[in-house]
Design a binder for this molecule. Structure first.
Ligand code: KIV
Length: 308
């Protein structure tokens, strides 16, 4: 059953002005999706924004970090999501090195994502991105900002960890977010910052903040859909169980449910329980009898010895 839509979840398509108008209103719901069926599921659940994140690298493609995907990879997944024709606003991540290039190439990369079906792009980083944001906005493409933990800077940051712990670093994040809002970003993602930093940013900028690991004082929340559904990523773990970040809440265990379903299927096949008669196309009696009679005239098929 589709979720009942709240007044914030109108049936008309979600737009950038609609997202901006959410400031201070009912919390915005953003979730990632990278393919058409998932986009359909999350849209039917009534989310406001579908993020085709560069987290596709780990969630779907088996890479260890987000640095491995390019604009063409993102465009491929944006197009799949857009084919589901979601009501939610589709936001596409500009991947690493797609906006650290010339103004022309930055705009071309953002346009590739829009032509694939995105209604806006997301860019990581604060004040050092102002030029890129101005160029993209000049091309009439709405931009969502992203500060705090910016996974594309993993090597510079020394890992995926809480940002803005110390006062000076906290102030830098607030100043970055204010600069992004001044530059016309229609929303800003706050990733892995303390609730005090998130509260100050949320109170300081006129556009919605969307938190992930940023506590409650945000205008919305985002999670990676695989994390909330309990689908393990394809990244090899060498058998080690990975700790979930503290901000992830699991709403389902689809990975476990899927593995158990395939185990049951394998067991049924091996024990001759699948397919059943009801799952089989049967010939009419006359055709079956004729085929049986014809088979009596065929030479016996040689049996190859099993190599197992
Ligand atoms: O790529 C992504 O999934 C993101 C979210 C974590 C905000 O950028």
């Amino acid at each position: 059953m589709a979720a009942e839509r709240t007044p914030a979840m109108t049936v008309s398509p979600m737009t950038v002005p609609g997202i901006r108008a959410h400031k201070g209103g009912p919390p915005l719901v953003m979730v990632t999706a990278y393919d058409a069926p998932t986009a359909r599921i999350v849209d039917d659940a009534g989310v406001d924004i579908i993020l085709v994140g560069d987290s596709v690298a780990m969630a779907v493609l088996g890479y260890a970090d987000t640095l491995q995907v390019e604009t063409a990879d993102l465009a491929h997944h944006v197009a799949a999501v857009a084919r589901a024709r979601p009501r939610a606003l589709v936001v596409a991540d500009l991947p690493w090195l797609s906006y650290h290039v010339s103004r022309e190439d930055t705009v071309r990369n953002a346009a590739t994502l829009v032509r694939a079906g995105a209604g806006a792009v997301k860019i990581e980083g604060g004040r050092k991105r102002l030029e890129a944001i101005a160029a993209i906005r000049e091309a009439e493409i709405p931009v969502m900002g992203h500060v705090g933990l910016t996974p594309q800077s993993v090597h510079e940051l020394g890992g995926y960890r809480l940002q803005g712990r110390e006062l000076e670093a906290a102030r830098e994040i607030v100043d970055d977010a204010v600069a992004l809002a001044d530059a016309g970003c229609f929303a800003v993602v706050l990733e892995c910052v303390t609730d005090a930093v998130a509260r100050l940013v949320t109170d300081s900028i006129p556009v919605p903040t969307i938190g992930i690991g940023a506590g409650r004082h945000c205008d919305g929340q985002v999670l990676v859909v695989h994390d909330l559904l309990g689908i393990p990523s394809g990244v090899p773990t060498d058998g080690e169980a990975r700790d979930l970040p503290r901000f992830v809440r699991r709403y389902a265990e689809l990975g476990t449910a899927a593995r158990e379903a395939v185990e049951r299927y394998a067991e049924d096949v091996r024990r001759g329980r699948f397919p059943s008669s009801a799952e089989t196309y049967h010939a009419s009696d006359s055709v079956a009898d004729a085929l049986l009679a014809a088979s009596a005239d065929l030479p016996a098929a040689p049996v190859e010895p099993s190599s197992a």
